[in-house]
Design a protein around this ligand. Sequence first.
Ligand code: PEP
Ligand code: MN
Length: 346
Amino acid sequence: MILVMKASCSQNEIDATVKRIKELGMEEHVSRGLERTIIGILGQNLRDIQDVLQLLPGVEEVIPVGKPYKLASREFHPGNSVVKVNNIAIGGDEIIVMAGPCAVESEEQLLSTALQVKAAGASILRGGAFKPSTSPYNFRGLGKRGLKMLAKVREETGMPVITEVMTPSEVELVASYVDILQIGARNMQNFILLDEVGKTRKPVMLKRGLSSTIQEWLLAAEYILAQGNEQLILCERGIRTFETSTRNTMDISAIPVIKKVSHLPIIADPSHATGKWYLVAPMALAAIAAGADGLMIEVHPNPDVALKDGAQSLTFENFRRFMSQVAPIAQVTGRELAVSSMKVEP
Ligand code: PEP
Ligand code: MN
């Protein structure tokens, strides 16, 4: 951390500042320029004393150096983290596609979608059982019945499944049915929930909050990592801006930013980012080109009658076409689309 002293500060103020830094158990290094004095401070937990130092007379500015998150940072962990779900590696050389309906509606809907997305190359099945909803009058999911359907379809297709968990008290229940726990955008800063999924050893996918900065998102990730769960994936799903043509604004630049500052895998969700099925493919291609490790895509047997998010859901045919567009883009970035589960069991 660097303290910039006011140009007008007195020697007494500099001495008092140095004394205070020592009292706080930190080491200091004073540099005197022609116009200003700058004090470098070394020590642990510097951010905790930032506000205290800012109040001292003579101090103009306190400039933190380094990141407020540690476990999520690339400084702490220079190599890429790879999250393993069965034999699927997220964050490795292959691009992983998670696909399925927004909400689990029936066993038939889920199974038919699973078979189709698997045949087209998706590795992981998504489907919401507990649905966060902006309006209380919208479909809120089948709850535990939906979890049971996910587990059954996983059994029948061999696909690992991901679903959202919304409350700390349901973490154990949801974890007993699925392979990846999803934290939705609306719960990114539900810190008790983050603690709870951090205590499990299940892979977690943390979506970016509706209006969260990348730093807030990584601090949310830090909660999960700090509980000892390193099986963590980030998901960019668009952020709220003034633009109304799309449901959210997909922040493609967040992908290379995350890759630079963090070791965690990042996948992109162009379905929730755009809200429109015909924008899903172009944004997915852009996300892969920008370095995303995977995609989450909403697919429905009949989007016109979907109970949730039909407007952004791909039909089976659109999904097949979509996958054939993604594969060559993955290749030009030096990666392959995972095809491990291309074959559908008879
Ligand atoms: C979802 O993936 O089902 C979902 C609700 O997404 P988000 O939390 O990004 O809105
Ligand atoms: Mn949805």
